[in-house]
Design a protein around this ligand. Structure first.
Ligand code: MN
Length: 331
């Protein structure tokens, strides 16, 4: 129903801006590129504008070169309607927010923490990815996919499900993936681009991180840090460390995994969390003003890294204890 309403609204407008969250990754880039294809197929003019530059390992996606990043001083752009993908709130689009201003916004998102910021909102926290939702729009519009859109959607779904390993992977996800694989692109190449393009220096930093891992006495939560000094010493940017958490979650028995990274010259700490059980890391992030999904979330704590670590660990501990209590009551 909502898909039909979105398509109806799209039909009534001519020019579009598509955007998604800061620090773009596979789902945000892949779903934006496919969405742009859908709009073009509907005869619309469209620009994809993001606050941040596209990461190097996603530049292989067809159309990636057309994604614009918004300069500090930009000329006003005239357009009818903005489509915002993969964003739980308006803050997450960064400085593109000023550009969108009072314009009509369609929000398409799968974050459980979504605050319904659009004029029209399609939120589905059961969807594995924004890519899965854009796939649904193609079907509802009865517009055939092409090889390029199939590749972009495959990448979106593959990255957000951790290559179909995470709890958000469903029967529906696999049905969609089976359909996408009938198009002409090479999935092996996608894996190579996404996961096998790390520099030697990044792997050395990962080794340092793994060497300094910490865990709770019961082993149920594990955490690690990347400081500004570590990045500087290795001449690396933060973006290259984003998937370190995927390595750390491989530890058996680690139910919650947390990544703490210094930002703003050490005045703040960016936290990413993953949960491998039904411990809700969206709620933990929410306590610090962040959000995301039940199994993957993030927040920023305004404190130095030692203080932030203490604050975070005490919340994780509380959540685990609460989770234990609930479990007991169920029995
Ligand atoms: Mn996503």
């Amino acid at each position: 129903m909502i898909k039909k309403q979105i398509l109806e609204k799209i039909k009534q407008s001519n020019s579009f801006i598509i955007t998604a969250h800061i620090n773009p990754e596979g789902d945000s880039i892949g779903s934006q590129l496919a969405m742009a294809k859908l709009l073009t197929a509907m005869g619309k003019t469209v620009r994809i504008i993001n606050a941040d530059k596209i990461p190097g390992n996603l530049k292989f996606l067809p159309g990636a070169e057309k994604i614009e990043s918004l300069p500090e001083n930009y000329e006003p752009i005239s357009f009818d309607l903005a489509i915002i993908l993969d964003c739980p709130n308006l803050e997450r689009i960064g400085n593109v927010r000023k550009l969108i201003a009072e314009r009509y916004v369609i929000c398409i998102d799968h974050h459980v923490s979504n605050d319904q910021f659009g004029n029209m909102n399609w939120t589905d926290s059961k969807a594995s990815s924004a890519g899965e939702m854009v796939y649904g729009l193609f079907k509802a519009a009865d517009i055939p996919l092409d090889n390029a859109s199939a590749l972009c959607l495959y990448t979106a779904i593959m990255t957000d499900t951790g290559s179909f390993r995470y709890a958000n992977t469903t029967v529906k996800t696999h049905h969609i993936i089976a359909d996408l694989l009938s198009f002409n692109f090479c999935p092996t190449k996608v894996y190579e681009h996404i996961y096998e393009t790390k520099s030697f220096e990044v792997m050395k930093l990962l080794a340092e991180v793994l060497n300094n891992l910490q865990r709770s006495a019961d082993g149920r939560y594990v955490w690690f840090r990347v400081t500004a000094e570590m990045l500087k010493r290795n001449k690396l940017n933060a973006e290259s460390t984003e998937d370190f958490i995927a390595f750390v979650r491989m530890i058996e028995g680690a139910e919650v995994v947390a990544y703490l990274r210094e930002i703003d010259q050490g005045a703040k700490v960016k936290i990413s969390m993953r949960s491998k059980t039904d411990i809700d890391v969206n709620a933990i992030a929410g306590y610090f003003g962040g959000g995301g999904h039940k199994a993957a979330s993030g927040c920023v704590i305004e404190a130095n890294i030692d203080q932030a670590e203490k604050m975070l660990l005490s919340q994780i501990k509380k959540s685990i204890e609460e989770h234990n209590r609930n479990k007991k009551q169920e029995k």
